[in-house]
Ligand binder design. Structure first.
Ligand code: AMX
Length: 435
C-alpha cells in the first residue's frame, strides 16, 4: 500500500534524526515558561513537536512547508475541478511531498476499499434522541467504531513497538474512509426526514460527501474539497489536535483518540465557532435588515456584542496575528462564484468592519478573521443552513490532520504525555524568590 511503503522508506532516517537530536542535544533549552503562561492556557509554551504543519503568526499555516495557495495549486485535482483531491492532501500530510495524480488516486482508492460502514453505527445514531447535537452523534459514531481497531487487537496480541504505527495507519485509513458517509447520514437523518443517499463509487472521497449531502450544484463538490483541505491541520497545540495526541500517547487507538479530539472541537471557542459565526451574521441581518450592509450600523452591532460581554465569533486567534489564509482562500472562492450572495456579502463586509472595532477595543491580540469567519456563509449558499452541522464537517477534516500526526507519533515512538503541575503556593514561592 502506497502510504505504508512511503512511510517505511522515510522512517529509518527520521528515527535516526530524532535519536541523534535527543541523545546529543537533549539538554539544550527550547524556551522558558512564565507564571502567566502556566496560568494562561500554556499559550506559546514550546512543548510539542510536529513536522506536518506549522502556523507562522503572520503568514499562517504551511502544510509540510507549503502555503495554502501553493497546496491549492500543486496538488492533483479531479478532472474539471479547481480544488484538489483530499487523497492527495493526505499523502502530503503523511509522506511530506506533493503526490502525482496516480499517488493521490491510490489514496482515494484505499479509502474507497475501506468505506463500508457497519450497520451498528447507523443503529447507534438512530438510537439517540432526535434533538441530540450532530457533533455528539458524530463523536459517538467514531468512538463505537473502536471495536474495529486493528491497533488494539494487534497490541494485545504482542505487536512489537517498532511496528505500532502500521495498524495505526490502517485504523486511520479505515476510519477516514467511513467519515463522509457517517456525517452525511447524520445530516440526512436529522434534517432531511431520514432520506439517506447512498455513496457513488465513481466519486472521490470529498465529492462523495457532497453527493450524499444531497446538494445538486456540482460546485459544492469543490467547496467540500476546499473545506476538508483547509480545516485538516493547524499544528499540534490547538484543542482538537492536542487532545487527540494526548489520548493517543497512552497508546489508545485512533478511534478513542479522535473521538476525544472531536469532543474538544465541539467547544464554542474552537470548532463550534463556525456555527456561532453564522448565527451572528443572521442575527445582524435579522436585527438590522437593510442596514446590515451599512458599515457604521455593522460597527455598532459589533460594539453591542462586545458590550454584552460576548466575543465576535470567527475573529481572533491564539497564534495568528494576521488574516488567516484559510479565511482568504474561502473569501476568494465566494468572490469568484457567488459574490452577490446575501450572507456571503455580509461576511465579506464584516471583514471590513470588525478588525477596526476589535483594535479599538484593544483586548484581542489578533483582531483578524480566522478560518471560521466565513466558512458557514459558503455552506449557507449551497442550502446547508442547519448550522449546528458545520462542526461535523470541521471534524471530518480535522481527523485527516490528527490521524496523520498520530501515525508519525507512533512511528517515532513519542512517549505518554505527562507535564508537571505546581500549586499556586509553589508559583507564589517561585515569584517571591525571583524578585
Ligand atoms: N471578540 C471579542 N473579544 C475577543 C475576541 C473576539 N473575537 N478574541 C479575543 N478576545 C478577547 C478575549 O476574550 C480575551 O478577553 P479577556 O482578557 O477578557 O479574557 C482577550 O481578548 C485576549 O484574548 P487573546 O489572547 O487575544 O485570545 P486567546 O488566545 O485567549 O483566544 C480565541 C483565542 C480564538 C479563543 C479568541 O480570539 C476568541 O474567543 N475568538 C472568538 C471565537 C472564535 O472565533 N474561535 C475560533 C478559533 C479558531 C478555531 O479553533 N476554529
Amino acid at each position: 500500500m502506497i502510504l505504508k511503503d512511503k512511510i517505511q522508506e522515510l522512517l529509518p532516517s527520521w528515527r535516526e534524526r530524532v535519536r541523534k537530536l535527543v541523545k546529543e542535544k537533549g539538554d539544550v533549552k527550547v524556551g522558558e515558561v512564565t507564571i502567566a503562561q502556566v496560568y494562561g492556557g500554556m499559550r506559546d509554551v514550546k512543548g510539542l513537536v510536529t513536522d506536518i504543519s506549522y502556523v507562522d503568526p503572520v503568514e499562517g499555516i504551511r502544510f509540510r512547508g507549503y502555503t495554502i495557495p501553493e497546496v491549492l495549486e500543486k496538488l492533483p485535482k479531479p478532472k474539471g475541478a479547481e480544488i484538489p483531491f483530499a487523497g492527495g492532501l493526505y499523502y502530503l500530510l503523511l509522506v511530506g511531498s506533493i503526490p502525482t495524480l496516480e499517488q493521490a488516486m491510490e489514496v482515494e482508492s484505499e479509502w474507497k476499499k475501506r468505506g463500508y460502514v457497519p450497520q451498528y453505527v447507523f443503529e447507534a445514531i438512530r438510537a439517540l434522541p432526535s434533538d441530540t447535537h450532530p457533533m455528539t452523534l458524530f463523536t459517538v459514531a467514531v468512538l463505537i467504531l473502536q471495536r474495529e481497531s486493528l491497533f488494539s487487537k494487534q497490541y494485545h496480541d504482542g505487536l512489537k513497538k517498532d511496528s505500532y504505527w502500521e495498524p495505526m495507519l490502517e485504523d486511520s485509513l479505515n476510519l477516514i474512509a467511513k467519515l463522509p458517509e457517517i456525517a452525511a447520514y447524520i445530516y440526512r437523518l436529522k434534517y432531511k426526514n431520514g432520506d439517506i443517499i447512498s455513496p457513488d463509487p465513481n466519486l472521490d472521497w470529498a465529492g462523495n460527501f457532497a453527493h450524499m449531502m444531497g446538494v445538486k450544484d456540482p460546485l459544492y463538490k469543490d467547496l467540500s474539497r476546499l473545506y476538508f483541505l483547509l480545516h485538516s491541520d493547524h499544528e499540534s497545540g490547538n484543542v482538537s489536535a492536542h487532545t487527540t495526541h494526548l489520548v493517543a500517547s497512552s497508546l489508545s487507538d485512533i478511534y478513542y483518540a479522535a473521538s476525544a479530539g472531536l469532543s474538544g472541537l465541539a467547544g464554542p471557542l474552537h470548532g463550534l465557532a463556525n456555527q456561532e459565526c453564522l448565527g451572528w451574521l443572521l442575527e445582524v441581518r435579522d436585527k438590522c435588515g437593510d442596514c446590515s450592509y451599512d458599515k457604521s450600523a455593522l460597527s455598532q452591532f459589533a460594539w453591542d456584542t462586545l458590550n454584552n460581554g460576548q466575543v465576535i465569533p470567527g475573529y481572533g486567534h491564539a497564534v495568528l496575528r494576521k488574516t488567516d489564509p484559510r479565511f482568504t482562500a474561502q473569501l476568494e472562492f465566494g468572490k469568484k462564484y457567488f459574490p452577490e450572495d446575501e450572507i456571503f456579502k455580509l461576511a465579506a463586509l464584516v471583514y471590513d468592519v470588525v478588525p477596526d472595532v476589535l483594535r479599538e477595543q484593544g483586548k484581542a491580540k489578533d483582531p483578524w478573521p480566522n478560518v471560521d469567519a466565513i466558512s458557514g456563509s459558503l455552506q449557507y449558499h449551497f442550502g446547508i443552513k442547519e448550522f449546528d452541522f458545520y462542526t461535523v464537517m470541521f471534524g471530518i477534516s480535522r481527523i485527516l490532520g490528527v490521524s496523520a500526526n498520530a501515525v508519525w507519533a507512533r512511528a517515532l515512538s513519542q512517549p505518554i504525555e505527562r507535564p508537571k503541575s505546581l500549586t499556586t503556593t509553589m508559583l507564589e514561592d517561585i515569584a517571591a524568590k525571583a524578585v
